[in-house]
Design a protein around this ligand. Structure first.
Ligand SMILES: Cc1cc2nc3c(=O)[nH]c(=O)nc-3n(C[C@H](O)[C@H](O)[C@H](O)COP(=O)(O)OP(=O)(O)OC[C@H]3O[C@@H](n4cnc5c(N)ncnc54)[C@H](O)[C@@H]3O)c2cc1C
Ligand code: FES
Length: 282
């Protein structure tokens, strides 16, 4: 069995254990410590931290997220980092409320209750949690859906909120041949079981904040924003909300009426759609 090492996080003074075979970020989740993160794939840099002491090696990451000079200086991406000694790590970015108080990661068995086309290549997938019957998450978070018959998973943002606990919606762009999204063409259908793990992601609304919310997304990237809008609307938020949504053509726009309806419950809502191929439509 691989060696176990101790990690001390500064300046929050939290300690945990990590095995050499697991990433430091995964070890933190396993022990209920919610470090700042985004993609969990070494691509976004949200988990970038600084090694104060110890032997840490990074695997399989993008140099856009952590370039060679930064890596040389001691910066690491915790989602792609393995510890080979006891270490002290400085967290550059952390949310004190989330750190030890985030929603625990759940493994949920779900059933497909609907699979509807939204555009020519985006589908709405509705999953009903079966075991446990409730999947807890915050608006703006995402889950890992397991690719049936494999140990692999893909990440997808929830589009719904806790107001519909029996129906968790995902908006998924279909890539022909895609290991997961490709299955939505004909292999996955209503009644099938899918396993998910989550919630992950730090792109959530912070309690008590009043500053304007600006959301920018395109294509299936509407999902986490729709979850945020649904939540803001359900809670009658007084925050100013602007949503800029990009698509290729007018045929690629969807949920427009729903979004306008959600905006009616908000005090100051603006919704702007932007088309990159609008001229081709004329
Ligand atoms: C945090 C996070 C949240 C996400 N949320 C969503 C979401 O809400 N909705 C959603 O649809 N997707 C989302 N994704 C992307 C999703 O996880 C998968 O990467 C995507 O569905 C492709 O997986 P696949 O198994 O179908 O394709 P794969 O088998 O992984 O790839 C199949 C082929 O498609 C190509 N391909 C894969 N992804 C892309 C891409 N983005 N652009 C161009 N070519 C590509 C690959 O190069 C490959 O040739 C999210 C990803 C992350 C990291
Ligand atoms: S680089 Fe995105 S979470 Fe680590």
């Amino acid at each position: 069995m691989a060696d176990i090492h101790r990690i001390n996080f500064e300046p929050v003074d939290i300690e945990m254990e990590v095995g050499e075979e697991e990433s430091i970020l995964d070890a933190a989740f396993r022990q209920g410590i919610h470090l700042m993160h985004g993609c969990r794939e070494g691509r976004c840099s949200a988990c970038k931290s600084y090694i104060l002491d110890g032997d840490i090696q990074m695997v399989n990451y993008s140099t856009f997220a952590c370039n060679d000079a930064e890596a040389e200086e001691g910066y690491v991406l915790l989602c792609r980092s393995h510890a080979f000694s006891d270490c002290t790590i400085e967290l550059l970015n952390f949310d004190e409320d989330e750190l030890l108080g985030g929603i625990p990661i759940q493994n949920v068995r779900t059933r497909v209750t609907a699979l509807e086309p939204m555009t020519k290549d985006i589908v709405s997938l509705l999953l009903q949690p079966v075991e446990p019957e409730i999947f807890e998450f915050k608006p703006g978070q995402y889950a890992d859906l397991q690719i049936p018959g494999t140990d692999e998973h893909r990440s997808f943002s929830m589009a719904t909120t806790q107001s519909t606990p029996g129906q968790v919606e995902f908006l998924i762009k279909k890539y022909p041949g895609g290991k997961l999204s490709g299955l939505l063409e004909s292999e996955i259908s209503v009644g099938d079981e899918l396993s998910l793990a989550g919630p992950y992601g730090s792109s959530t609304l912070k309690e008590g904040h009043v500053i304007p919310v600006v959301c920018i997304g395109g294509g299936a990237g509407m999902a986490p924003i729709l979850s945020l809008l649904r939540h803001l609307s359900e809670t009658g938020s007084a925050r100013q909300v602007h949503f800029y949504y990009g698509a290729r053509t007018s045929q690629d726009l969807f949920y427009l009426d729903d979004i306008i309806e959600l905006g009616k419950n908000l005090r100051d809502f603006a919704f702007v759609t932007c088309l990159s191929e609008a001229m081709d439509q004329q």
